[in-house]
Write a protein of this length. Structure first.
Length: 565
């Protein structure tokens, strides 16, 4: 809003279009200087004057009923009339209008995507949290978003899994700890296969049967999928994440042949050591493996079929893949092969990579199917949150729910506040610090806005005021801290779009921290629930808007904001 207004006010004094102006405008380094600054360097040529002189000329000539201009070196600093613009800002904020940047563009987000019969790893956790946040962000900006959990439920390892199960499987153990037991079977397979050639052959036979739709193979495979899904769903429930589609790699089983044919027809497939590959030497990449020596398909083959399906059948305009940085090369290869096949839409495929996450400085090993390791982290976070609540506010109603929201929220926020490609060194203690840059800090601030509003409502009632409780009141009464907060609240749409442009939820996590900090400054500086009606109305109104902004932003990130803490 401010940029728009600043551009409108400046338009008469500089030979630039409004749009160009908007791009040049800046927020001054200190709010003492003004609300918006226009740097005059670009005018030096046109005015044949030093930028300093150009700034002075503009400031001297400037007249506007509600905007004041002042030259400071090469900048023109603009200051807005707080009462006039403050009201406009509050009205716009109330409407909560959002840019329709998406305009119906369809975005398919590949997220979470754990592997059946393997542990749900930290990478899958990060993919789930980052993917869910991106999903919400795109949706709010008017995109038509679809999330897909691309389960790793296909591949030769399922042949091994079945072969091992047939020899040593134990249903009771499997139902008790499906992933642990599956992994044990898998490990045992490899141990015994070292001395027993028949095992590998058995596994190959089973996978071939599976690919051919053999009933027994299918049944066993479905059983593995089912027990693993049960485990994964527990995680999803706790994170409060769901998917529009759960379409594993197996879904593309019958969609790969046409891809392989087409690669062949286009002369892109070459033999290499008995396998079929697409050479990518010109791009400085190793070849992309399409058909293994034993004639079976592989991960990239399935991703080719998947991308084509998402584009052709799901009608995706953009394809996002929220997958760890270690798969960068894989996606480069897949996208390049698509381009080679003449699919120019390959340019709308984006790998959204993220870094490793360590817990308390340690790389967490999910060895031997200990998916529970991750669940334990969640449990621990909730338990610690509960301990803090018991200390701070032991009589709080609904403590369990609040502890859950705070503990899980601390983990989600502790991840999302980081630039996603960075390695995250996660410490539960830091993530739960109510005074740090944390989820609980933002949640606590939100709860503070709600308790101020409750007090405000009580005060209004006590005085039997006739004015509507949402009357705007007097803006100048907000003080500098209130004015800064109000300005910050208005830039939410820009932050949302920036987060989308970079596929970066941290933009919004940082924004939530800024708003929380700014509200706390306002809260500490100004008495909000004053006796004087118009002062109180304005301040309560601002408090309400800050609370709404905090809860909306946190919700986008997948973090709940309890009213009381
Ligand atoms: N299941 C894979 C893994 O755990 C991730 C899949 C990512 N998505 C994709 N379309 N390749 O490594």
């Amino acid at each position: 809003m401010l940029y728009q207004w600043a551009a409108e006010a400046m338009k008469a004094y500089v030979p630039l279009e409004e749009k160009q102006l908007m791009e040049l405008l800046e927020v001054p380094p200190s709010s003492n200087l003004g609300d918006i600054a226009f740097p005059c360097f670009i005018l030096a040529k046109q005015f044949r004057k030093a930028p300093q002189a150009a700034a002075k000329d503009i400031a001297d000539a400037f007249t506007h009923p509600y905007v004041h201009a002042e030259a400071a070196g090469p900048y023109v600093n603009l200051r807005f009339d707080r009462d006039y613009y403050g009201r406009l800002m509050m009205e716009e904020l109330d409407q909560g209008s959002m840019p329709d940047a998406g305009n119906g563009i369809k975005v398919v987000i590949d997220m979470s995507s754990p592997n059946i019969a393997k542990p749900f790893g930290i990478g899958h956790l990060r993919s789930t949290m980052i993917g869910a946040a991106l999903y919400n962000m795109y949706k709010l900006a008017g995109y038509d978003v679809v999330s897909v959990n691309h389960l790793g439920d296909w591949g030769t390892q399922f042949g091994k899994q079945i072969a091992a199960y047939k020899r040593w499987g134990d249903d009771t153990a499997l139902s008790l700890d499906p992933i642990g037991e599956s992994l044990q079977l898998y490990v045992r397979f490899h141990e015994e296969a070292a001395n027993d050639d028949t095992l590998e052959q058995e596994a190959r036979d089973w996978f071939r049967k599976l690919e051919a739709g053999d009933e027994e193979a299918r049944k066993l495979w479905a059983y593995f999928v089912e027990v693993s899904m049960k485990e994964f769903n527990r995680m999803y429930q706790r994170l409060n994440v769901s998917f529009d589609h759960t379409l594993g790699e197996s879904f593309y089983n019958d969609k790969m042949q046409p891809v392989v044919e087409s690669l062949k027809e286009q002369g892109l497939l070459e033999e290499s050591d008995g396998a079929l590959v697409v050479r990518l030497d010109d791009e400085g990449m190793p070849p992309c493996l399409i058909i293994k020596k034993d004639g079976t398909t592989i991960y990239p083959t399935r991703d080719l079929a998947t991308a084509i399906y998402r584009h052709d059948v799901m009608k995706a305009d953009r394809l996002l893949y929220v997958v760890g940085s270690e798969q960068r090369l894989h996606f480069q290869q897949v996208f390049t092969v698509l381009r080679r096949m003449g699919m120019d839409w390959a340019d709308s495929c984006t790998h959204v990579p993220f870094g490793l996450m360590k817990f308390e400085g340690k790389k967490m090993s999910t060895r031997r199917g200990k998916i529970v390791v991750l669940e334990k982290v969640l449990d621990e976070a909730v338990a610690r949150a509960m301990a803090i609540i018991n200390e701070k506010n032991p009589d709080l109603e609904g403590k369990e729910e609040v502890a859950n929201a705070v503990g899980i929220g601390a983990i989600i926020f502790g991840d999302l506040k980081n630039n996603r490609v960075n390695e995250v060194n996660f410490s539960l203690e830091d993530a739960l610090n109510f005074d740090g840059e944390t989820g609980p800090y933002v949640q606590y601030t939100y709860a503070r806005t709600q308790s101020v509003l409750t007090k405000g409502a009580a005060a209004v009632e006590a005085t039997h005021e006739v004015a509507a409780p949402d009357a705007i009141g007097e803006m100048n009464i907000l003080g500098d801290s209130g004015w800064e907060l109000l300005k910050l609240l208005t830039i939410f749409p820009e932050q949302l779009l920036r987060g989308i442009r970079h596929n970066e939820p941290s933009v919004l996590a940082r924004y939530a921290l800024d708003v929380a900090q700014s509200f706390n400054q306002f809260y500490n500086k100004e008495r909000i629930v004053t006796d004087e009606q118009s002062t109180r109305s304005a301040r309560l109104r601002l408090t309400h808007l800050a609370g709404a902004s905090l809860s909306r932003t946190m919700k986008l990130l997948g973090v709940q904001t309890p009213d009381r803490m």
